[in-house]
Design a binder for this molecule. Structure first.
Ligand SMILES: [Zn+2]
Length: 290
């Protein structure tokens, strides 16, 4: 089992002590929570992106032909993160929309804003045990302001840009804008025509991209592989790229080395985090502001 660099009380202490550094409002911090989950802190505000902080998939698939053996220990219990004002959910798969993570968050913070693809609003409400009207739905190209963050939805292709019967995208990524910063969190996606150009128009400071790749042997929809993620970040002119979606489940993981090597070859600044690790800008690896 991989141990997070920080977890539980140590992790929470790191989050608490990073805050004073944002007094100018100029600095923001990210922590990798494993899989596609991140905690974002800016100017005393906190957002959670696709948090998966339970063992619900391991339990669901136990004894099946596709066991979801957890590779990395949980960083922190979801109920300890009830200070977050916003959660974004990229799509309906449980490693991104986990009832066992989201229900304690909602219970701990009745004001929590929960942004989901409009196409999975009903599924999300069922997982969270709440009224569908309690959630904020977005579709490709739409945006809203929540908990101090401006959020714009961008279609993702997992592995195609799939739409429901009303034409709404089932898989989304989100561009979050806060202060002078812009962050893109892809959720699950493969490259598709026009994605890089669209992202480039946002001038992303950070692109968070999956790197686990795809292959029929895994039996689940795939994602960017490491070299593709580095290439997409480069094409989108992201100031720094952070890889994710590996080291959570033994059947669906990859080493970040191919990502790292391609990013280096392309001259694309990258930050490869360990679970529970903090990354802040400006001032850390791969920042054009350093
Ligand atoms: Zn996923």
């Amino acid at each position: 089992m991989i141990l997070p660099v920080l977890r539980d009380a140590g992790f929470l202490a790191d989050v608490a002590t990073a805050a004073p550094l944002t007094a100018s409002g100029e600095r923001f911090c990210l922590w990798w929570l494993g899989q596609s989950g991140f905690l974002l802190q800016w100017a005393g505000r906190h957002a959670l992106l696709d948090p998966y902080l339970s063992d619900s998939l391991t339990a669901k698939y136990a004894g099946s032909g596709r066991p979801h053996v957890r590779m990395t220990e949980r960083v922190v219990a979801p109920e300890a993160l009830a200070f977050a004002g916003l959660v974004t959910v990229s799509h309906g798969h449980t490693d991104h929309l986990d009832g066992e993570t989201l229900r304690p968050l909602l219970a701990g913070n009745p004001h929590l804003r929960v942004v989901v693809p409009e196409a999975v609003r009903d599924l999300a409400a069922a997982r969270l045990g709440c009224d569908a009207g309690r959630l904020d739905g977005l579709d490709d190209g739409a945006d809203l302001e929540a908990a101090g963050f401006r959020i714009t939805a961008i279609a993702s292709a997992h592995e195609t840009v799939e739409r429901d019967e009303r034409g709404r995208c089932r898989f989304l990524g989100y561009v979050l804008r806060f202060g002078r910063w812009t962050l893109y969190h892809a959720g699950d996606t493969v490259p598709y025509p026009g994605l890089a150009e669209r992202l480039r128009s946002f001038r992303p400071d950070v692109a968070i991209l999956p790197i686990n790749g795809r292959g029929p042997e895994r039996g689940v929809p795939g994602n960017l592989d490491g070299p593709e993620a580095a290439g997409l970040a480069r094409a989108a002119r992201a100031a720094v790229v952070i890889p994710c979606h590996y080291e959570m489940f033994a059947f669906n993981t990859v080493s970040p080395e191919a990502f790292r090597a391609e990013a280096e070859r392309l001259g694309q600044p990258a930050a490869v985090l360990r679970a529970g690790q903090r990354w802040c800008a400006p001032g850390e690896v791969g920042s054009r502001w350093a």
